[in-house]
Ligand binder design. Structure first.
Ligand code: NAD
Ligand code: UDP
Length: 323
């Protein structure tokens, strides 16, 4: 099959491309390299079944493909908040262009939506029929509301134009290839510990997240794409940890003497998050397989291999100064 992956040079997209290439598909990777990088797909450059296109999805494009995995959108709060208007344009105008493309060429279209559509949830764990608790005017809204609109667009193109859609609600995913300056919690803590810098905990660390290893997530995306259920469907690992537990785990794995430092909790930071994955288990026969410790070991090994330099491009709160 000829398959388009938007955001294919990013963290999840590049792992997905590795799997699609291994399965002998023709793959078109489309990316504007905002948070993605050519090095993530460099091993496929020159391969007869692989094409790389530098393109911004806020502009239309014409391509002939059979499936579209639509992942293009910065996922880390520091990156999506750097230019919030652009984030909304990517989610709304960009998704409309990709749905328009799917409609024209009759391609199956999978939207990488997010657990952020549940906002700061009052229902725990989150099931797909929970409608969420999202602030429409906060600093996370460009992403949360952008993705909610992207879901609306997908379902309207489905109802009005019979576009064959799939909607995945992805929960916090981590693994090798995350950027050193990604800004999300797993990469921040690992990079900080490897550099001997304090781990930056926002708030008191009692907020929770559930962390899914990237290979499990990619498996879930491919199952969703190739089965009949259109979603929305939660994809995440239901093992829930406080951020303090995560910090202590990474501290113990890298250097138990690494200090912990506490900073104010960012605005609208969800207090807790855990997927109910009954739907994915029953509809897709999907279960995450990699437990946190094993996933962290692979992630730490990857950052070690990349030899995270000891000079720091981080501000004192662990957030990259250069985007
Ligand atoms: P990422 O930032 O590594 O990848 C996003 C990719 O999209 C990058 O390569 C970036 O350059 C590209 N991109 C951004 N805006 C673009 C535009 N306008 N035109 C073309 N390309 C553009 O993030 P990721 O973690 O790989 O996330 C991939 C997708 O999964 C995103 O849609 C994200 O919202 C979703 N998601 C991720 C997580 C997670 O924990 N990683 C959780 C929920 C949802
Ligand atoms: N967080 C933290 N220190 C960091 C980065 C993040 O304590 O250096 C917290 C953040 O406030 C949030 C959780 O970790 O409560 C997960 O943050 P991330 O940005 O990874 O994902 P999201 O908030 O989008 O789920």
């Amino acid at each position: 099959m000829r398959i388009l992956v938007t955001g294919g040079a990013g963290f999840i997209g590049s792992h997905l491309i590795d799997r699609l290439m291994a399965d002998s598909h023709e793959v078109i990777c489309l990316d504007n390299f905002y948070t993605g990088h050519k090095r993530n797909v460099v091993k496929w450059l020159g391969h007869p079944r692989f094409e790389l296109i530098r393109h911004d999805i806020t502009e239309p494009i014409r391509l002939e493909v059979e499936q579209i995995y639509h992942l293009a959108c910065p996922a880390s709060p520091i990156h999506y908040q750097y230019n919030p208007v652009k984030t909304i344009k990517t989610n709304v105008i960009g998704t409309m262009h990709m749905l328009g493309l799917a409609k024209r060429v009759k391609a199956r279209f999978l939207l990488a939506s997010t657990s952020e559509v549940y906002g700061d949830p009052e229902v725990h764990p989150q099931t797909e029929d929970y409608r969420g608790n999202v602030n429409p005017i906060g600093i996370r809204s460009c992403y949360d509301e952008g993705k909610r609109t992207a879901e609306t667009l997908a379902f309207d193109y489905h109802r009005q134009n019979q576009v064959d859609i799939r909607v995945a609600r992805i929960f916090n995913t981590y693994g090798p290839r995350m950027l050193e300056n990604d800004g999300r919690v797993v990469s921040n803590f690992v990079v900080q510990a490897l550099r001997g810098n304090p781990l930056t905990i926002y708030g008191d660390g009692s907020q929770t997240r559930s962390f899914c290893f990237v290979s499990d997530l990619v498996d879930g995306l491919m199952r969703l794409m190739n089965q009949d259920h259109i979603g929305p469907i939660n994809l995440g690992n239901p093992d829930e940890y406080t951020i303090l537990q995560l910090a202590e785990t990474i501290q113990n794995m890298i250097d138990p003497h690494t200090p912990l430092q506490f900073f104010p909790l960012p605005q609208d930071d969800p207090r807790r998050r855990q997927p109910d994955i009954t739907r994915a288990q029953t509809m897709l026969a999907w279960n995450p397989l990699i437990p946190l410790l094993a996933g962290l070991e692979m992630t730490i090994a990857d950052f070690r291999e990349r030899q995270v330099p000891s000079h720091s491009s981080f501000s004192k709160d662990g957030v990259s100064l250069v985007v």
